[in-house]
Ligand binder design. Sequence first.
Ligand code: NAI
Ligand code: MG
Length: 332
Amino acid sequence: MIKITIIPGDGIGKEVMNAATYVLDSLELNLDYIFASAGYECFEKTGSTIPDETINLTKKTSATLFGAVTTVPGHKSAILSLRKELDLYANIRPVKSYPGVNSLFQDLDFVIIRENSEGLYSGLEEYTDEGAVAKRVITRRASERISKFAFDYAQKTGRKKVTAVHKANVLKKTDGVFKDSFYKVGEEYPDLEKEDFYVDATAMYFLTKPHIFDVLVTTNLFGDILSDEGAGLVGGLGLIPSANIGDKQGLFEPVHGSAPRHAGKGTANPAAMMLSAVLMLDYLEEHDEARRMEKALIDVLDEGKVVTGDLGGTASTMEMAAEVRKKLESLS
Ligand code: NAI
Ligand code: MG
């Protein structure tokens, strides 16, 4: 029995979670879901966007699947609180093209690994007489930790090259630490190719020669921006999953939010949530079942018949889920 915390959240978060668990249910795995609340509706009921019992539960289960939440202005962000409480320092965002999906490139397959715990998102921002200042904290510990994570990830997944992305020509001290940490840790991985690029050049190479990339590792803000650029290369928000990984926990979520304007209509694309579940299965070392679920979804995307409106079809969220499940059941 594998215990999983399920946090559907708000709006389309709940709808895509229903769709993903409907498909997960037909896998040959013994998953035990424990539902927990977070987000806007949770705040209205309990006065908290992320109750302690939800956080405690995520610490006890093998992994967490998170749908999406509607932000409550002025209150703690549920997802940022979870990343912090569980020390989910690595954010993995695959940039992968799928057949049948209208996108800028048809054959991309690289992965961005973003440092999730410091950098410009350290929360050290303050007003000054002249305006405001944000501190960009880069520690050796976090830089080495994320570099090691990226090299291990590359090794485990059979990738060949890791590219560090930074701006050390201008941010000489902070990104100097990041770059040096990358090469220092890299010495322990003689079989992997290493290189580093400036972030501005990388942004251009994404458009002009994205096939050169394999695994990228970068600091928090650069990773945030580059991963949205990456999403744009391969078909948009309804398709992009993510993994938030720490030494003890993993949390898996689509990149999109609760899309309140679409909520309640049953038209959201469940693919990003399903692909997040696939990342979770890989994290749980259930690679065979991960490949089956991924293949079933890819087949449905490729056929393009039973897909949601954003992919050019007319299917509802659950009709697409039913099609994926049907395909899955036909794969032995
Ligand atoms: P959003 O990602 O919810 O939606 C933006 C637009 O993208 C939607 O209007 C829709 O056209 C499209 N879209 C997104 N997901 C889709 C899907 N699965 N299928 C089809 N189309 C899809 O971003 P928005 O509107 O800026 O934020 C809505 C709420 O979600 C806000 O309260 C925001 O703070 C929150 N949010 C939460 C996140 C999380 O829970 N991790 C992440 C991003 C936003
Ligand atoms: Mg972002």
